[in-house]
Design a protein around this ligand. Structure first.
Ligand code: NAD
Length: 253
């Protein structure tokens, strides 16, 4: 493991054109469960599809019931050492962009500027009206849920929904195109905490590798890209990322 960490630290230091791709696994150490690990969210819930949300009040109420359950984890969650290691890279001038599948807003909360984060699946920290697109605060919506409004609606009559991409909902074209370009143009691409199963996000490492980038993967379990990556570290994101930063620091960056 330590040898691979040294290789990653050296490769990151060689260029500023480094892209980091994060999934739910980077946030488990902040107390937010991932989806596919044992005890993850899919062990508890079947997803509510977008068309169900838009067509059925029962589905909307079910969606909001689950969201309320996750809200507490989300509000308490703070960026962990892996998020902070990415900030360190940003401060060292070694980060081009973070592409994330996460919807928890922790990269921005750790201090990464909005323009450095591509949120492929949106953010559950924003609530959007599905008709007029107005954004509401999650705290206001939570208050409404708590006072018995089980499927809140906008003043315009539209359905309110967390600003995330649900199953069956179209991906944001501009963000996906920007992420593909970043992946194809970078020299170094590192996956942190993703099963690399959800498309099209999971194709980003393949774009990077096919365009001759160095590909590193830090994850606790196997991924479909393990066979094509240059370095694979099986370990916890917080520990591994901290070691990478320490190694870059030691080598005098
Ligand atoms: P996933 O749940 O499918 O996989 C997470 C991966 O991270 C697993 O392979 C697991 O082994 C690994 N992992 C867990 N803890 C780790 C740790 N401490 N260090 C290193 N690896 C660790 O997640 P995904 O691939 O991101 O896809 C799930 C989808 O669910 C995404 O589209 C995302 O939008 C959404 N999601 C987001 C959050 C969040 O925002 N925090 C949480 C759950 C799910």
């Amino acid at each position: 493991m330590n040898e691979n960490i040294s290789i990653i630290a050296k490769k990151i230091s060689e260029t500023s054109n480094n892209v980091i791709f994060t999934g739910a696994g980077i946030s488990t150490e902040s107390g937010i469960p991932d989806y596919r690990s044992k005890g993850g969210i899919w062990d508890k819930f079947r997803p509510v599809y977008f068309n169900e949300f838009m067509s059925s009040r029962d589905a909307r109420e079910e969606y909001w019931r689950r969201w309320s359950e996750l809200y507490q984890d989300l509000i308490l969650a703070k960026p962990n050492p892996a998020h902070m290691a990415i900030i360190k890279l940003h401060e060292m001038g070694l980060l081009k962009s973070v592409i994330t599948q996460n919807i928890d807003g922790l990269h921005q909360e750790s201090g990464l500027p909005d323009e450095k984060v591509i949120e492929l699946h949106g953010s559950t920290c924003r609530i959007r009206c599905m008709s007029c697109n107005k954004i509401s605060s999650i705290h206001d919506v939570k208050k409404r849920l708590d006072s018995g409004d089980l499927a809140p609606e906008c003043e315009c009559g539209g359905y309110l929904k967390p600003d995330t991409i649900s199953f069956g909902q179209a991906m944001p074209v501009e963000k996906v195109e920007r992420a593909i370009k970043m992946s194809k143009d970078c020299n170094f691409f590192m996956v942190v905490g993703s099963t690399l199963i959800v498309q099209p996000a999971s194709h980003m490492p393949v774009y990077a590798k096919n365009s001759k980038a160095f590909l590193a993967i830090i994850n606790l379990s196997e991924t479909p890209c393990d066979g094509i990556c240059d370095v694979r570290v099986h370990g916890k994101a917080g520990e591994v990322m901290t070691k990478i930063i320490n190694e870059i620091d030691q080598n005098g960056r």
